[in-house]
Design a protein around this ligand. Structure first.
Ligand SMILES: C[S@@+](CC[C@H](N)C(=O)[O-])C[C@H]1O[C@@H](n2cnc3c(N)ncnc32)[C@H](O)[C@@H]1O
Length: 250
């Protein structure tokens, strides 16, 4: 039997263990992704961002760098996450005390670009970021954002092809026409362990990622990166693009 999204132990997800495993010591591949995303968003907003841009990071989990990469462009950023321990982690990061120093290494890459240089990230993050518990698979196109990120979610929440495709579609349907987006996927992942718990994955390669996104975007860059973080996958895939202008009404 294939593990579906609802079968995995999301309520047991341990964000501190997850940060220790993935982000506490920044990996070169994540820093590369941050630079690519920073430069892509900077190109998208080369003429300046419109007023009142609203951003979303879907399945934010215990990773702040997608939201940090949207910081200069947004009036508000919403972090959507399903697992309660991750929601609580994100709420702590966005609270008055400021986010953990673990995230400074990622900001150091971002602030190399002009648009980021004058932003004071900790206070701005606290001011504009809000957290909401939500299921990606329930997003039905009723709410849309002007810029969005989804990192290691559609491929890392289920073993089933239909839920992967639906995850991508729900993310795309959460974006307004023309919205820049960044989405990342583990390549050929067999699943992942966080502490005592095992979480499912759907195996994708760059072609599968391209095929899933292509109907929604006329502008798409796929970065196929053969960096392995741990046994059980073959690298990471970063997709950068803009949502099509024409959007079917839900
Ligand atoms: C591999 S983690 C990725 C977390 C983070 N975005 C990152 O870049 O490290 C997968 C995330 O998807 C979340 N998730 C799983 N099912 C979800 C769903 N149906 N809706 C929203 N988030 C979900 C998990 O709780 C977890 O935070």
């Amino acid at each position: 039997m294939m593990d579906r999204n609802a079968d995995a132990p999301w309520s047991q997800f341990d964000p501190e263990v997850y940060v220790d495993l993935n982000y506490r010591t920044p990996l070169e591949v994540d820093l590369l992704i941050v630079r690519l995303m920073r430069d892509y968003f900077s190109r998208c907003y080369a003429q300046g961002a419109p007023a009142s841009v609203r951003g979303v990071d879907v399945g934010a989990g215990a990773n702040l760098y997608p939201a940090l990469s949207m910081l200069p462009w947004c009036e508000k950023i919403l972090l959507l996450e399903y697992a309660t321990p991750n929601v609580e982690y994100l709420e702590r990061q966005a609270s008055g005390g400021g986010y953990d120093t673990a995230w400074d290494a990622f900001w150091n890459e971002l602030r190399e670009a002009p648009a980021y240089r004058d932003v004071e990230p900790r206070s701005r993050f606290g001011e504009i970021v809000r957290v909401e518990r939500a299921n990606l698979l329930d997003l039905d196109g009723q709410r849309r954002w002007d810029i969005g990120t989804m990192f290691f979610v559609a491929d890392s929440m289920s073993e089933c092809a239909d839920e992967f495709q639906r995850g991508v579609e729900c993310f795309m349907d959460a974006l307004t026409g023309g919205a820049p987006f960044a989405a990342a996927f583990m390549k050929e992942s067999l699943g992942y362990q966080v502490g005592a718990h095992k979480y499912p994955a759907y195996r994708v390669n760059a072609d599968r990622v391209r095929e899933s996104l292509q109907p929604f975007t006329a502008e798409l860059e796929i970065h196929d990166m053969d960096h392995m973080v741990r046994p059980g996958h073959e690298g990471m895939i970063l997709a950068l693009g803009r949502r099509n202008q024409a959007i079917a009404t839900p």
